[in-house]
Write a protein that binds this ligand. Sequence first.
Ligand SMILES: [Mg+2]
Length: 424
Amino acid sequence: MIAMVDCNSFYASCEQVFRPDLWGKPVVVLSNNDGCVIAANKEAKQLTHIPMFEAVYKIKHILEKNKVTFFSSNYTLYGEMSQRVMNILGTFSPNVEVYSIDEAFLDVDGMAHLDLRAYGFRIKEKIFRYTGLPVGVGIAPTKVLAKLANRLAKKQEGHDQVYIMDTEEKRLAALQWAKIGDIWGIGRNHVRRLNAIGIYKAIDFVKLPLAWVRKEMTVVGERLWRELRGEPCLEFTTVPKPKKAIGTAKSFGQKLPDLERIEEACAYYISEVAEVLRAQKSCATYVQVFIVTNYHSKVDKQYSKSKTVKMPIPTNDTFALISEARKALHHIYKPGYRYKKVGVNLTGIIPQEYVQGNLFQQLPETSKKELIRTFDRLNIKFGKSSVASGMIGTRIEEWELIKRERSPRYTTQWRELLKIGRSG
Ligand SMILES: [Mg+2]
């Protein structure tokens, strides 16, 4: 059996954990630059029927009228809360597949002797007690059915967020209940085509001949069809694949014409991705830099360009990477444009122990490695960017994303810990 654990309205719930005054109240989270709504809790959805991904300026009056609290996205907080949830799940099963920031599959084979419903409740209660986050738990014979069980746990009355699909009758009832579009992995195009031949419910889909499914929906559809019939086809991947590329690109808070500030942003992003690289003990062979103007703008001249450079030897040294990225940026930058975004990408990623020097390039000396290590230690202890390359400059607020309503980074910054008491 497989369990699917999914946090309820994850981003909004993370915000609410630290704001008891907002429990039971409508909350939404906005995208980068506060452009549109990317997450809403149950209360917000019920109250205002806010369409997801709607531009904020269009619905601001609705949010305000309904006393909806809105937050800029705080990915530092969400990422760290997610890590906590996944760590707790690791205490329930040796095989956990982290599927997304707020979802994971657990292999619960060999636990058939347990009362699975009680087990599901223990997961739900432990996560809530340790993190304050509400989750739903679905347990079923296959991944696709576990996803469906999770949906039932949340959407059907009376399950209290835990649903165990452990009999044939329950499986059939679930398929009878689920619309074809509710099935994990069936996209809008397939829904349209299935509807066109009179298939609306999951139960009708599994009754289709396999030959039809294979022909019309390829092997992907066939796997879904088999999984829904209780035959496991999707493998369990518990070891995350090392990332092939690490990159970041963010829009500036305002359009930037001058090279200097773009350089600073570029250096900042390089130091962020280099940190990720070091955390996973790997090195990058190539660094790519790109710049773009705002192609939505009708008045600005448009330009975009990218350049990839090969590092002399693969590295995760922030300073070496910044220096190459800077050269690349100088190469592609053209004055006279108002740039919207700069991005960096590190590729050719290899484990750091495979890095070799060559005849012309020596491996970095130990003293340099020690410097970087100290750098990381200081930043962990005193907070992000406590020490940074001088290239980053001191004018971050001039180009950084607008995050007006961002909540404190409660779990990762000493200075932003939750405060309770009169002084507030
Ligand atoms: Mg979720």
